[in-house]
Design a protein around this ligand. Structure first.
Ligand SMILES: Nc1ncnc2c1ncn2[C@@H]1O[C@H](COP(=O)(O)OP(=O)(O)O)[C@@H](O)[C@H]1O
Ligand SMILES: [Mg+2]
Length: 501
């Protein structure tokens, strides 16, 4: 038999489509060719595999070797196919038993010594290998990540020889069981650290409860960044599914999977000099950007008007759809991006507009130009805008009233409000569609009049009108009532600070 067929997996977005590795040995001049849209790193696999086989005391067949990676139209990158290619050559040349190869999937890069090196994106591979009912053989350093998937059979190997020993049946590898920490939620900065700002804390709680995006406007040093960093700590606990989704994105990202971040809501803070690719993702082998790394968590954009306007505009679509599709020449990759946007800005270029001591030197025109860096359509898509003014000195110097854990208390209320939303519509209020808003955000005649009056005075768009209803729904949910009252509506209107100019 001079043909061997093995399974491996590619990476496409957060998916890991099956790749069949076929190795054929034919008579003719010794040569090795890899076909099936391999990129440079895959082509270099020849040299790594040759070195690994020879250094592991195997024979490198002196024949014409053809390796086909199918499907041929799927781009293939990285050293992840090395292990499958090496085992395929061994099987096709009779150095490994060929039977039961299709009970396994293989992934891993080979060192010239035959040792296995970890690769990126093993978690999505493990999810799909598990779903297909096959055992997954991975480099030992990847085995814990792969074993995160419940029900997966993960075999971690240090060396090519360990894998061949297993396949020969003389030294079976033991399935790896996940061992890890990072499952402890908590350890976030606490709301109790912030003096005053009761209005902002209330808004933060509402935004946490309904997943609403939030823009904070205020002079420097009033606690905007402090508030933002406390949001992940009051969000509802992550479900298993959410935790696995976020871990899968980490797994394919530049930094790779970090066990300590498991079950923690992401909190990303890209700088305003960040490029479009860094923010939304991209590259020749598309990688997730900040919006995807914030999936199921928070992305905080400090100094919002300093961001490149074109970069901000690309946020509009994922803000609505919860995902991003990246197209690069031949490839398309889709990444999830259901993130909660929190942003902060100064009220004017110098930052002190409205300051009691009259420190602001900005002209009206300067203020207008500064604010116009944010487009109307983007502001429309932010559910809540609030002011975060300077805290009076008296309030700042007073000790907190008690040692209460404000974040813990807020998280309980948020969780209860979120549970109401999930049992009503199966999603957080920020994600309600128009039909769902009509069904679940009914308001009285009096409230409708109030809303109409506000819409006319502030010139609100239809989109903003719906946003106000959704925020009012969340306020009612926090109060554990089903009916939205005029009070809830007027509070929701008060969170449209930037619409009144
Ligand atoms: N409301 C507040 N309560 C307690 N400390 C505050 C408050 N506002 C600001 N600070 C102090 O000022 C520092 C800067 O706050 P920060 O949140 O970065 O302000 P901003 O983002 O609004 O410019 C904080 O590290 C903290 O020491
Ligand atoms: Mg700040």
């Amino acid at each position: 038999m001079s043909l061997a067929t093995l399974y491996s997996r590619a990476q496409a977005g957060v998916n890991a489509p099956l790749v069949t590795v076929e190795v054929h040995l034919a008579n003719g001049l010794p040569a090795l060719s890899i076909v099936g849209l391999p990129e440079t790193a895959v082509k270099e696999s020849k040299e790594r595999v040759r070195g690994a086989l020879l250094n592991s005391q195997f024979e490198f067949p002196a024949r014409r070797i053809t390796i086909n990676l199918a499907p041929a139209d799927l781009p293939k990158d990285g050293g992840r196919y090395d292990l499958a290619i090496a085992l395929g050559i061994l099987a096709a040349s009779g150095q490994l038993p060929i039977r039961q190869m299709d009970d396994y999937e293989f992934i891993g890069e080979l060192a010239l010594s035959g040792e296995l090196r970890p690769v990126r994106g093993v978690l999505p591979v493990s999810m799909e290998a598990c779903a297909s009912g096959r055992a997954l053989v991975v480099p030992l350093d990847n085995s814990n990540e792969a074993a995160l998937v419940e029900g997966a059979t993960v075999l971690g190997a240090r060396h090519l020889l360990d894998v061949s020993g297993h396949l020969h049946g003389n030294q079976p590898l033991k399935p790896h069981a996940y061992s890890g920490n990072g499952s402890e939620p908590g350890g976030y900065p606490n709301l109790s650290d912030i003096r005053g700002q009761h209005h902002a804390k209330r808004a933060l709680e509402i935004s946490a409860a309904g997943g609403h995006s939030l823009l904070m406007i205020g002079p420097p040093g009033t606690g905007k960044s402090m508030l933002a960093s406390r949001l992940p700590g009051i969000l509802p606990e992550m479900s298993k599914k959410e935790a696995l989704e976020s871990a899968a994105i980490n797994s394919i990202s530049h930094d790779g999977f970090v066990p300590a971040t498991l079950n923690r809501r992401p909190f990303r803070t890209p700088h305003h000099t960040a490029s479009g690719v860094a923010l939304v993702g991209g590259g020749s082998q598309p990688r997730p950007g900040e919006i995807s790394l914030s999936h199921n968590g928070v992305m905080f954009l400090d100094e919002l008007p300093e961001f490149d306007r074109r970069v901000l505009e690309v946020l509009r679509e994922p803000l609505e759809s919860g995902k991003i599709v990246i197209s690069r020449a031949a490839r398309q990759a889709e990444f999830p991006a259901r993130f909660q946007l929190v942003a902060a800005m100064n009220p004017c270029p110098c930052g002190y507009l409205g300051d009691k001591n009259g420190r602001c030197q900005c002209s009206l025109e300067q203020v207008r130009r500064y604010r116009s860096r944010l487009s109307g359509p983007l502001l429309d898509r932010i559910d809540m805008h609030i002011e975060v003014p300077a805290v009076p000195f008296d309030e700042l110097k007073t000790a907190p009233a008690s040692a209460e854990d404000l974040s813990m208390m807020a998280r309980k209320r948020v969780q209860a409000a979120r549970d109401r939303q999930l049992s009503r519509c199966g999603k957080a209020n920020h994600a309600l569609g128009i039909r769902e808003i009509e069904n679940s955000c009914q308001i009285s005649h009096e409230s409708a009049q109030l809303l109409e009056q506000a819409s006319r005075q502030l010139g609100l768009s239809a989109r903003v009108y719906h946003r106000i209803l959704k925020v009012a729904r969340t306020i009612a949910d926090l109060a554990s009532v089903e009916a939205i009252t005029t009070q809830h509506i007027s509070e929701a209107i008060s969170y449209r600070r930037l619409d009144r100019r």
